[in-house]
Design a protein around this ligand. Structure first.
Ligand code: SF4
Length: 177
């Protein structure tokens, strides 16, 4: 069966998807790569909560160390952009590219992400970035809409059931405005 790498931003956004892969026994692993998060403390808290979720469902968890300077370099000309603007496209592409490269080099058949799961995100914008990355790296992207199929409801339920930490902003300092 196809093995998929799931790029995750946090436990709350990935909860329904992680449970879905565990219950359907589809081979998968979650990758936490979020250099966009504004502080190390916040980054580590989201990372540990994401790991707790994966451990609960017995899904492998891959942690990529915090490298905020890479994100700052990628987005430096677009700090003033509003959320959903060019800064976000660059941010999505950076993280998706890391996931695509990791997936290709480590025996995965495809990659996907939960970057567009939140209703505050523009799923089409994420998909456009993912399509470009998929073509440039040379590995298929799974475009399943992870908001559908009851997963949004399960996501909300799991946040409560597992008492997952839910942040109040996307990640970068500019998303706090
Ligand atoms: S608002 Fe979120 S997606 Fe946009 S640049 Fe900031 S961290 Fe990235």
């Amino acid at each position: 069966m196809e093995k998929t790498l799931i790029l995750s931003c946090c436990g709350p956004c990935s909860a329904g998807v992680v449970e879905f892969f565990a219950k359907t026994k589809r081979p998968a692993a979650v990758m936490f790569y979020n250099p966009n998060i504004d502080t190390k403390e916040e980054h580590d808290l989201r990372a540990s909560e994401n790991k707790r979720l994966c451990d609960f469902f017995n899904i492998p968890y891959i942690y990529i160390p915090y490298e905020p300077q890479v994100w700052l370099e990628q987005t430096k000309d677009f700090f003033a952009e509003p959320e959903r603007g060019k800064r976000c496209s660059l941010c999505f592409s950076l993280r998706l590219k890391k996931a695509a490269q990791y997936a290709k080099e480590n025996g995965f058949d495809s990659f996907t992400s939960v970057l567009g799961v939140s209703r505050y995100k523009n799923l089409e914008q994420v998909n456009i970035c993912a399509e470009e990355v998929s073509k440039s790296v040379g590995i298929p992207y799974d475009f399943t809409n992870w908001r559908k199929g009851g997963l949004e409801l399960r996501r909300v339920q799991l946040i409560k059931e597992l008492n997952l930490y839910s942040q109040k902003y996307c990640g970068c300092a500019f998303s706090k405005r």
